[in-house]
Design a protein around this ligand. Structure first.
Ligand SMILES: [Zn+2]
Ligand SMILES: [Zn+2]
Length: 264
């Protein structure tokens, strides 16, 4: 079985001591392709991610500004990102979006930076990997509004580590998004997420680890790594009453299509 980790932070410090061993374990578990996310560990993490992707043919990179880091985006950072995004093996903008749960950057700053990222993805005809969280105010509705305005339906994206409602997921799919599930899908207290995953069409779904965060049930409290993405796939397979191989194949195909890996 081959399976695809559509969202992991391979350049994070947590992997500095054993990155090669982490990838070996993933390989043994059938994980053959990785989307290494540039943002989320400081804006400088984008450069480390792009450099790492250049060293391993299984790894593709994204470049962007995480909503937590929105307040750090200045002209110097903009110049760095502009340069990085044109490098080989960079396949998407992100992760970018809105996080009103933690509100680590002010709402207006998050909105402005997300709009800028979405516009940049559109101008480059690149897909985007999106982080969205928070109901009060409603990050999901604001995100969809900004996305529609800035991308005009011309590009697609993925809502990573999805934990929203079924109703919103359906509208997001109509707006050109894929939905990606993480280890949260495996938690005993999944807050209804398994029902959401069960009701959505497999043609629009992906699986991810978001490693080093969000280790699945059975590994909670530990560092997460891409070798565990199959645990998420297993749950999705059970929900859709399909063999794991079928879910692995479909979610990998979806990721290859969104990130256009045939021509990467
Ligand atoms: Zn995220
Ligand atoms: Zn992430």
């Amino acid at each position: 079985m081959k399976i695809f980790d559509s969202h992991c932070h391979l350049a994070a410090d947590e992997f500095d001591l054993d990155r090669a061993a982490v990838l070996d374990r993933a390989h043994e578990a059938g994980v053959d392709t990785f989307i290494a996310i540039g943002s989320g560990y400081g804006i400088a993490g984008n450069a480390r991610t792009v450099e790492f992707a250049a060293t391993d043919p299984r790894v593709f990179a994204t470049v962007g500004v995480h909503p937590h880091e929105a307040k750090e985006l200045d002209d110097e950072a903009r110049r760095l990102l502009e340069e990085l995004i044109g490098r080989p093996r960079v396949v998407a903008v992100g992760e970018c979006g809105l996080d009103y749960h933690y509100m680590n950057s002010e709402r207006e700053v998050q909105r402005a930076v997300f709009a800028e990222q979405a516009a940049s993805a559109r101008s480059r005809r690149m897909p985007a990997t999106i982080h969205v969280r928070g109901d009060e105010p409603n990050a999901y509705e604001e995100l969809l509004d900004i996305w529609r305005t800035e991308t005009r339906g011309e590009i697609e994206g993925v809502l990573h580590c999805y934990t929203g409602t079924l109703e919103f997921a359906r509208r997001a799919i109509e707006a050109g998004f894929y939905i990606s599930f993480s280890g949260i899908l495996t938690f005993k207290n999944d807050r209804g997420l398994r029902e959401v995953a069960k009701a959505l069409p497999l043609e629009r779904l992906m699986v991810e680890t978001d490693a080093p965060l969000l280790a699945p049930q059975g590994f909670r409290g530990k560092r997460n790594e891409p070798a565990h993405v199959g645990v998420v796939g297993e749950i999705l397979a059970a929900l859709h009453a399909l063999p794991i191989e079928e879910v692995a194949r479909a979610t990998s195909e979806n990721a290859r299509s969104l990130f256009r890996l045939a021509d990467a």
